[in-house]
Design a protein. Structure first.
Lengths: 273, 287
């Protein structure tokens, strides 16, 4: 009974989203989401519903964050596993766990008060795709580093010993033995981090600039889907509200698909070994 | 054709380069953490005092303290835990003791719980506002916020409790059955007490997650900065307070930094407690 309750909360949420988004789907807004030029859903005279710039912003911000964080996190994990003395490695891991626990609002606040003025000096206005990407990258970095560490730790010792026996250097061992062997673990860590980045709201809303247009460069302000929901949820009504539910539904579908992909990959990997 | 010497030099160089790149990557992460903490301390520490922790919010948060905010935060977290622990533990018990893993109902429930874990927090906020605040008529209240957070930490509790139950020695169950204990007694007197530290780890992480949450709370527990009288009142959580100070209040950065320091310290203490518990638990059963 309790189990059924726990398992069905997600159904309740999805049902609410679908029911909320239904007016938007039924009234034929779908083509308008794709082809409208502006986002002014509250306007009485000329409501327009261009969702594409926001979807694009979500994708771009997430991709930028992953591109920044994945190399750093993986390189850091390699260093942690193959170079760092054990006692320091323990501390490195503690620090990463600490960083992983920092609330997103703190990252966002730091981004707003420190990072945005820095970028502003480089290229105004500062609140930008770049700022959001960097803040998100910092947020998902510990996730990637920690999962990569545990993936590298599970590379069989015998393979590493065999590599050493063949006279392979550390560089060769890392690139030809350890990383290929840990690939799926590292990959699922990155995927997990991406799922988190797509759904992240607070850190992004504070630094992204919140302008619902396609960005021309990384210094342009953007507005991802999550930020739109957070900013407009408080006052939206009727069709505008339905659109926000639709946006939420899209988010759930994307993160759900990523999670499903992860679980599926894990099960297949489990059956092979 | 490379001579053996140049090849060895080449190898030495690539080993070194690999190490340097890794060192830079690893230290960059820590430097950034250091920067964040340093900036918060620089901005917030002068603002921090006993009066700040206990005082009323004044002037939109620029002066005064965060007393009512802390009380609201604690109330929200307590409600979330009280609501989420029974179904969370119950669900884990059912999955570990009553169904065979891999059967259709077990997989459906596990899938549902995992999917719930993947839902972004802003969507919990959207759902909480629609369901708890509007459909159930609770309005913007501490209760709405707590219930929303309960949904959010539920999968975490299920997962950690399940792990705790599954990592108990397998022979506990047949031994208890051999002593003629019923399954209910076995669960109540043997399995749950033995898994308690593991469950506590989950609860502790749940507290940390609830404290860190902002997006799910803005439109469920609301913005009010009064002292809350009952769970039916609106009350802002600490994270929402930081957001409001940073985004909507000009010159709110000092108070926001001080609040962020308080939040960070709370999370630090709670997470350290969780890893302390987890280490003791591991030593007990896996040494």
């Amino acid at each position: 009974m309790l189990a059924l309750l726990s398992g069905s909360v997600v159904l309740l949420i999805v049902w609410f989203l679908v029911a909320g988004a239904l007016p938007a789907l039924r009234d034929g807004y779908l083509p308008r989401l794709l082809f409208d030029e502006h986002w002014q859903p509250g306007s009485a005279r000329d409501p327009q519903f261009a969702l594409m710039p926001m979807l694009a912003a979500s994708v771009l911000v997430t991709a930028l964050a992953a591109l920044l964080a994945a190399p750093l996190g993986i390189a850091g994990a390699v260093f942690h596993r193959f170079y760092l003395p054990k006692r320091l490695a323990v501390w490195n891991q503690r620090m990463l766990e600490l960083l992983a626990g920092v609330p997103s609002i703190v990252f966002g606040f730091w981004g707003l008060t420190v990072l945005v003025p820095l970028i502003n000096r480089l290229h105004p206005p500062g609140q930008s795709l770049l700022a959001a990407g960097i803040v998100l990258a910092l947020m998902i970095l510990p996730t990637i580093a920690l999962t990569s560490q545990s993936a590298l730790r599970s590379v069989p010792e015998s393979q590493l010993l065999a590599a050493a026996g063949l006279g392979m250097g550390r560089f060769a061992t890392v690139f030809h033995i350890a990383l290929p062997s840990a690939r799926s673990g590292i990959g699922s860590g990155v995927l997990l981090a991406i799922a988190r980045a797509v759904g992240e709201t607070m850190a992004v809303v504070m630094v992204c600039g919140n302008i619902a247009k396609f960005p021309g460069s990384v210094f342009d302000p953007v507005r991802p889907v999550t930020a739109t929901i957070a900013l407009e949820m408080g006052y939206a009504s009727s069709s505008h509200k339905a659109l926000l539910y639709l946006a939420g539904l899209i988010l759930v579908l994307v993160t759900g698909a990523l999670t499903g992909w992860l679980a599926f990959g894990k099960r297949n990997a489990g059956e092979v070994s | 054709m490379k001579s053996p010497v140049s090849r060895r030099n080449h190898r030495r160089f690539s080993d070194l380069a690999c190490g340097i790149v890794g060192a830079v990557a690893a230290s960059l992460t820590l430097v950034v953490l250091g920067c964040i903490v340093w900036d918060l301390l620089r901005l917030g520490l002068p603002h921090l005092s006993w009066l700040f922790l206990t005082g009323e919010v004044a002037d939109g948060g620029r002066s005064g303290g965060i007393g009512p905010v802390l009380v609201s935060t604690v109330m929200i977290v307590v409600i979330a835990l009280a609501v989420a622990i029974p179904p969370g533990v119950g669900c884990a018990l059912w999955l570990s003791e009553f169904v065979r893993p891999g059967t259709v109902p077990a997989r459906a429930i596990t899938g549902g719980v995992d999917l719930l874990a993947s839902v972004p927090s802003i969507v919990f906020g959207l759902f909480g506002m629609a369901f708890f605040a509007q459909v159930l008529g609770l309005g913007f209240s501490i209760l709405s916020g707590g219930l929303t957070l309960a949904c959010m930490i539920l999968p975490l509790l299920v997962r950690t409790t399940l792990t705790a139950l599954q990592s108990l020695p397998v022979d506990l169950r047949p031994s208890a059955a051999a002593l003629g204990l019923t399954q209910t007694t076995t669960i109540r007197k043997i399995l749950l007490p033995a898994a308690l530290p593991g469950i506590l780890v989950g609860v502790t992480i749940g507290v940390a997650r609830s404290l860190s949450e902002t997006a799910a709370l803005i439109f469920t527990s609301g913005y009010a900065t009064r002292w809350p009288d009952s769970p039916g009142d609106s009350g802002r959580a600490l994270s929402v307070h930081i957001y409001d100070l940073a985004m909507n209040i000009p010159n709110g950065a000092a108070a926001a930094s001080a609040s962020a320091l308080v939040l960070l310290l709370m999370i630090l203490v709670i997470n350290s407690f969780a890893s302390f518990l987890a280490e003791r638990w591991l030593r007990r059963y896996h040494s």
